[in-house]
Design a protein around this ligand. Sequence first.
Ligand code: NAD
Ligand code: LMR
Length: 325
Amino acid sequence: MHKVSVLGAAGQIGQPLSLLLKTSPLVSALSLYDIVHAPGVAIDLNHIDTPAPVNGFLAADDGLRKALTGADLVVIPAGIARKPGMTRDQLFETNASVIRDLVTEIAKVCPKAFVLIITNPVNSTLPIAVETLKKHNVYDPKKVFGVTTLDVVRASTFTAQALQISDPKSLRIPVVGGHSGATILPLLSQANPLVKLTDDQRDAITYRVQFGGDEIVKAKAGAGSATTCMAYAGFRFVQSILKAASGEKGIKEECYLYLPGIPGGDKIAKSLGVDYFAVPVEFGVSGAEKALSVSEISKHEETLLATAIAELKGNIQKGIAFCSS
Ligand code: NAD
Ligand code: LMR
């Protein structure tokens, strides 16, 4: 049983994610923090007839410290979201300091907790979280991740739609790289079970996974970006980590992480030329136990991989530079 803290809990992702967590038998207590409305969201959730008590905190009265006390896992969707015409990178100016400040408190209050970063631009905010934890000498590479599960969910959904497969979940497609545009690389050649796609289908699915976020931002016309599908995806990732932490075997999810320090990760980082990259990861009781290689990809995917790495390098450097300034 685990205590989970949600930072940014009153937001459009934070609320449905907290709802799903409140229904999970793996969550023994839920702690909500936001700069607005979190106590009200907590009272609302407390009317649900599941055992986990929910507490909500604002910044006043040391609320962040109280929200983090005793947390086993902290999931962060705090910060601002895109409006039409914006890139994720344009969120950096606001969200970089949000992540640095929240993670600084995590380092002080619950340094052993899992830390899951949803806040964009994930390609840069995860390096900020890692650098912040390193500064406080509490960084455990097995426990700190950028959440890219939505890309994996999209890859299954869009491929199943293209092939008229009724249950998208029956299809598992690794998505590697980062979490923005061309840095997102769905490995359709490694679908399980294998799928047969024309080049046009392959290109259309790849583009839609890479730019699925823009589709929602445009459709919401200024009211936000992906929220309910993100809550679903974030919940899936939290559940996987908690299941593995509870001893369940065979748990595997893709996520964006600092590869050196994870068994198998250093070799992958050296072959790619970047330390941060989303790959399939095997999870165990202490977190990420093994990073799995992304070799044996198609020639077409190799071209996309080179583009992804080139763009990702700048995003990673931007996050690291922010922490050293
Ligand atoms: P939102 O604006 O609805 O909610 C964000 C919440 O964060 C708000 O309630 C706000 O009050 C709170 N907040 C802001 N600064 C804070 C701080 N310093 N401490 C605590 N709370 C703070 O936005 P949203 O739609 O929920 O999106 C949240 C983030 O998630 C965005 O950055 C968005 O781009 C990102 N996102 C990531 C993915 C992904 O796949 N990783 C998917 C969708 C959205
Ligand atoms: C997404 O992939 O939907 C999110 O990263 C939100 C966004 O800004 O597109």
